[in-house]
Structures are given as structure tokens and as C-alpha cells.
Design a protein. Structure first.
Lengths: 98, 560
């Protein structure tokens, strides 16, 4: 297990918290909460050690396209970068509902 | 087109069952109530700790869904997840007591105790048992076993306590998983790689044919909703925890020395001639029984020397106005898997018959005059065996747990005295339904959810890694002194060991029991002592801190 932390400059505020996914084998959960910070914070707990750089790449691509301003909590149980990207996108879509 | 229920995760399952627009989740993923015990063991937690509590309406009826997420840590029950279930059920009970009818529905998708929080899991599950039994006086408690993990371990004891259980053909129900049986009893007892045998034995088709599950429906959301509504409207209750006479008669007609296959069992099941079973009090015999700490203390406390019983593994007698019950080893027992004192099929049902007889005999007495019960706890585990699973040992353990809980709820004071081991399902059946646990401060006592070898295998760790974890998490430890740090014990008796028999030792234990019974005068007959005492609340070395946090948050959110 490894704990990672990232910050990203972001501009689009979110109105309500969202939650997507489960901490199942090869999967992860993503929580986004509205924040008063000026940039997005990401606290990640991952079961797969040594992938900080890969996480950085996935997140950079995501924030380049969707600069969501929120506090992120991610609990990851060995998801591939593709699954991580999918769950982040689903969480973003959940913001549009309600 | 059907909408699969099995494919859904816990939260989606809860939402799918309830009427749209009526739902509200309690202690959800935004409430930051995660297990404090997983990260110290390098395990990734989940924000809801694998339990979804959802209030809402099902066909217009107020309901509370408790959904276990099987994909997270095998649906194992730890401290936070357990406390979420218990506190939700307590509120459902309080609402029903106050005249507001509300139906609890539990979705089981669980391996039982979360082994990384071992003793917390066992405590929580016993508290769930207590609430289910109390609730059944008001409303049916419906269980669903949709399948993926299925229903195993201590939560299968819960399963057997539920009023009515509905599943699909994608589910399995058992107590000990085949891997654990293979680990504990050898590959000849059960080859865990034989998937066909596993499904044919534990799958719901076989389980429905032999009374272990009530209804098997298509894997479809609507089918589940319809079946639940029917069960509620017709107030269905299969009383699975009170079939002792049937199963004890079945066991009388079974030769455990011979192999038993599924076909043979189905035949036996249909041919059972049911006779009533009552166990007479133990008497002094001519030769000593198999040595054990449980037997030692049963004999010392009742004054019956070389105690003999019609069921050699269950000793019961009244002495000094108290009922004593012990499960003991019997080296030549006809059931090989209980020879070391394990709680097997016969033991659970027999203990239940003793307690049920006592409840009946004392039914007309006022609560404060009902016979107090001392459970003498020395159980190395439940019995690990193929026949045990085929017949459904989880129901036997549920019968014992149910009997003790109903006795306590009726007003019998129940104290567990622990001079020996207190492990796993054995402890859930024989000990954990008492509201005072009194133990000897003896480091030879093992108190846990599973042996080290099996626990390491199931959690995919080495024994060395497991032992490292026990140093950091008291609930993972195997000794009575770490157990005390959880706040679970009422009293840890110093200076007396399991095999002591001096007058001084007996005097010390009797005094401790007197004191434990005295402390029960005028208090509610619930299990709250375990998490409300100072050690539990302050939680210097764990305690039940997280339990109390969950309870407070549930109180705050329930009627919001």
C-alpha cells in the first residue's frame, strides 16, 4: 500500500460531492468534494506500490481536459490507468446529474 | 429484458430495491467513517467500509436496506462495518417498538468476519445476532443472498437467524469455506479445488432442497422486489433457528463413520422421524472424561466429579441456583470433527435444547427470578468437516446463539466464564451472547476468529506477516490480555489458570461470577456493556472507539 498526494491547478468549481466505484480487485473508488482551496487536492491510497509517475500522467491528462476544482479522495485496489481514467470520467458525469 | 441484481454492487442493489425518490443513505461515503484498522496493515480501505445503509420505501412500506459489498475485502465484517449494521438495526427496533413499522432487509454477500479485524468482527457479528433476534418479535427480518461471495462464516449464522431468506442460483451458503476446511482438516476431508463438489454441496439448489434457503428467484431486480413484498405481506418466518428436534433426530439416524454424499443426505433428510430431545443433567461417573479446561471448571463449579452426560460433549447441570453449560472434548466421539471440543452439529442443537427447556421452565417467573446461566467457554473452534457443511452446521450454531440471546432478552442473567479457548463460530454459539464475559488471565487461552494458518491463507499473507499485524492491531491478537484492551471483558481474573483446581482458585472464580451476576441486577439485558465501559470508550489501545463514533453518527442521521 502507498499513499500519494497531488495538487492540480483547476478552475471549475463543483456544486455537490460525488462518489463512484468500489474498492474491488482491479477497481477503485473516487470521491470528489467541493473545496474552498484555490487548487484541487488529491489524496490517493493505492494497493499497488511504485506507480506515482503513472498516476501523475493519468491525472495530468485528466486535469488538462477537465480542470475540476475539488478535493479528491481515491482508494485504489490495483486498477489499471484505463480504469482510473474511466472512473474519473464517470465521477465527472455524475456531477452533471441531480 | 431482465435487470440483473447479482451484477450490481451494494449501493446499486439498495437503490434498485427501494421505490425511486424515497431513498436516503446513512453514514455514506462522504461521512469519512473509514476503518482505522486497515491502513496500519497496509490494506486499502473503502469510504463506506463495505456497508451501505439505505432508508426508503419498498412498495410503499418503510424499509431499511443493509447491503454488504462483497467485492470489498470479501464482504468481511469489521468494527466500523459491524457497528453500522448494529446501530441501524437498533434504530429499526426502536422505531418498531414505538409503533412505527419499519422492515429491515439484509443483503448478505460476505465471507463473515473480516480477518484483519478479527475479534472486532466476532464481537460485531454477535451484536448483529442479538438485534436480529430482538427484531423478529416485531417484523420479519428478510435476508437476500444474491451471490458472488454468497454467505459464509459468522454471517451465515446471521443468515440462519433471519425470518426468510431469498437467493439466486448464483449463490452459495456455508459456515466454513472449503479452503479453510482443507487447511484445518486436510484435503481428504474436502478438496477445495473441486469446484463442482463445492457448488453441488453449498449451492442454493441443494440448499433449498434441504431447508437452508427459503426461496430461489431469477437474477432479476423485479423478482427480488416481488419476493420481498410477498414475504413481508405474509409475515413469513421459517424459524430456522428452532429446528433442533429435527436435526438431532437426523443425527441419531446418521452413521458419521460412513461417507455421506449428497444423494445419501437427501434421502436421509426426507426420511427423518422427528423425536423430542431433552438433555438430562450431568451426573458423577466412574471414569474421568477427556481432559479439558472447560470440563475442569464445569466439574469444579457444579461439584459434579467425573461428570457424565447422555451427550458426551455437552455437560449441563444446575448448582447453587445457577445453570451451567459446557461443551467439552470427547476423544472417542462418533463425530470425528468434534473430538477436541469443537462445536459441531450435535453440540449447537443440544445446547440450544438445554437453554430452550430452561426458558420454558422459567417462562412464568418474573425476570429477576429466572435462573441465571453460566456459559463455560472452552471451544477451540466450530467443527470443520464436509458432513457438517452438507447438513448445515451454521444453523446448529445459530440455534445455540438464538437460545442464549432469547434467554437473556427474557430476563435470564447470562455470564460467560472463559477458562479455555474462545474461537470463531464456536465462540459465537457458546459465549458471545452473554452480556458479561469473565475470563482467566491465562496466556494459554486463545481468543480469535480463525487459526493463524487458515487466517494467513485466506488473507494471502505469510504467518510472519500475520504475526507482525497482531502487534499493531489488538483485535488481531490471539491472547486474552490483548482482548481485554478492546473493552470486551467484564473481568480478567488474575492468578488463576485453566487447569487450576485448588479451593483458593475456585473461591476466586466463584466470587468473580457472583460479582458479575450482581452487576446485571437492574440493567438492560443488552450487549452494550462491551462498548460503553471505560476501556472501550477511551480506547487507549483500540477499545471500541470507532464503534462509538459510528453509533453517535447514526443517532444524528437517523431521523434527519
Amino acid at each position: 500500500m502507498e499513499k500519494l498526494h497531488f495538487n492540480y491547478a483547476a478552475t471549475e468549481k463543483i456544486a455537490h460531492p460525488v462518489h463512484i466505484g468500489v474498492v474491488a480487485s482491479g477497481d477503485l473508488e473516487v470521491i470528489m468534494k467541493p473545496t474552498t482551496n484555490s487548487e484541487s487536492t488529491l489524496d490517493i491510497v493505492t494497493g499497488s506500490d511504485g506507480f506515482k509517475e503513472v498516476w501523475g500522467n493519468v491525472l495530468t491528462r485528466f486535469f488538462d481536459r477537465y480542470p475540476l476544482l475539488a478535493d479528491f479522495e481515491i482508494n485504489d485496489f490495483g486498477a489499471t490507468p484505463g480504469v482510473v481514467n474511466l472512473r474519473l470520467t464517470q465521477a465527472m458525469e455524475a456531477l452533471k446529474n441531480e | 429484458m431482465s435487470n440483473s441484481f447479482v451484477e450490481l454492487h451494494a449501493r446499486q442493489r439498495a437503490l434498485a430495491l427501494l421505490d425511486q425518490g424515497t431513498t436516503r443513505e446513512l453514514i455514506g461515503p462522504f461521512d469519512n467513517m473509514i476503518s482505522p484498522h486497515l491502513e496500519p496493515q497496509n490494506i486499502v480501505p473503502e469510504a463506506d467500509d463495505g456497508i451501505v445503509i439505505m432508508k426508503g420505501q419498498l412498495d410503499g412500506k418503510d424499509s431499511v436496506i443493509i447491503a454488504i459489498e462483497g467485492a470489498f475485502q470479501g464482504g468481511g465484517i469489521g468494527e466500523v462495518s459491524g457497528a453500522k449494521i448494529v446501530s441501524a438495526l437498533e434504530h429499526v427496533l426502536a422505531d418498531n417498538e414505538a409503533g412505527h413499522t419499519e422492515y429491515p432487509i439484509i443483503i448478505l454477500d460476505t465471507g463473515g468476519v473480516r480477518l484483519q479485524e478479527a475479534n472486532y468482527g466476532l464481537l460485531s457479528i454477535s451484536e448483529i445476532h442479538n438485534m436480529v433476534i430482538a427484531l423478529k418479535q416485531y417484523v420479519p427480518v428478510i435476508g437476500l443472498v444474491p451471490g458472488r461471495v454468497g454467505s459464509f462464516g459468522g454471517m451465515s449464522i446471521t443468515n440462519a437467524l433471519l425470518s426468510y431468506v431469498i437467493g439466486t442460483d448464483k449463490a452459495r451458503i456455508g459456515l466454513n469455506g472449503p479452503e479453510v476446511i482443507e487447511q484445518e482438516a486436510g484435503v481428504k476431508e474436502w478438496d477445495a479445488s473441486d469446484k463442482n463438489l463445492i457448488w453441488n454441496t453449498l449451492g442454493t439448489k441443494q440448499r433449498q432442497a434441504t431447508g437452508i434457503i427459503d426461496e430461489v428467484v431469477d437474477d432479476d431486480v423485479k423478482a427480488f422486489r416481488t419476493a420481498i413484498s410477498a414475504a413481508i405481506n405474509e409475515n413469513k418466518d421459517s424459524h430456522r433457528d428452532q429446528r433442533g428436534d429435527f436435526y438431532l433426530s437426523l443425527l441419531d439416524q446418521l452413521d458419521p463413520a460412513k461417507p455421506l454424499d449428497i444423494e445419501g443426505y437427501d434421502k436421509l433428510f426426507k426420511a427423518v422421524e422427528v423425536k423430542e430431545h431433552h438433555l438430562a443433567a450431568a451426573v458423577s461417573g466412574s471414569k474421568p472424561g477427556t481432559k479439558s479446561r472447560g470440563r475442569n471448571w464445569f466439574e469444579l463449579l457444579t461439584g459434579i466429579k467425573k461428570a457424565q452426560s447422555d451427550v458426551p460433549t455437552v455437560l449441563q447441570a444446575q448448582a447453587g441456583g445457577r445453570q451451567y453449560i459446557a461443551i467439552v472434548p470427547d476423544e472417542n466421539n462418533r463425530f470425528p470433527r468434534v473430538r477436541h471440543g469443537e462445536v459441531g452439529l450435535q453440540e449447537g442443537y443440544t445446547v440450544a435444547s438445554v437453554v430452550n427447556d430452561l426458558i420454558k421452565a422459567d417462562a412464568d417467573k418474573p425476570a429477576d427470578q429466572k435462573t441465571p446461566i453460566v456459559i463455560v467457554v472452552d471451544v477451540p473452534s466450530q467443527a470443520y468437516g464436509y458432513k457438517e457443511e452438507l447438513i448445515g452446521i451454521h444453523m446448529s450454531l445459530a440455534s445455540a446463539a438464538s437460545a442464549y440471546a432469547r434467554a437473556r432478552q427474557a430476563g435470564h442473567k447470562v455470564v460467560s466464564f472463559i477458562p479455555g479457548d474462545a474461537v470463531s463460530g464456536g465462540f459465537l454459539a457458546q459465549g458471545l451472547q452473554s452480556n458479561r464475559l469473565v475470563a482467566l488471565d491465562d496466556l494459554d487461552i486463545t481468543i480469535q476468529a480463525m487459526s493463524k494458518a487458515s487466517s494467513a491463507r485466506i488473507t494471502q499473507r505469510t504467518i510472519a506477516e500475520l504475526e507482525e499485524a497482531t502487534k499493531h492491531v489488538p483485535a488481531m491478537a490471539y491472547d486474552i490480555e490483548n482482548y481485554q484492551k478492546l473493552g470486551s471483558l467484564y473481568n480478567l481474573i488474575k492468578g488463576v489458570k485453566g487447569y487450576d483446581s485448588s479451593d483458593e482458585a475456585v473461591k476466586t472464580v466463584k466470587k468473580a461470577l457472583d460479582e458479575a451476576f450482581k452487576s446485571l441486577e437492574g440493567v438492560k439485558p443488552d450487549l452494550s456493556f462491551r462498548y460503553t465501559n471505560d476501556i472501550a470508550v477511551e480506547g487507549v489501545a483500540g477499545g471500541r472507539k470507532a464503534t462509538n463514533k459510528v453509533r453517535a453518527l447514526m443517532d444524528a442521521q437517523w431521523n434527519k
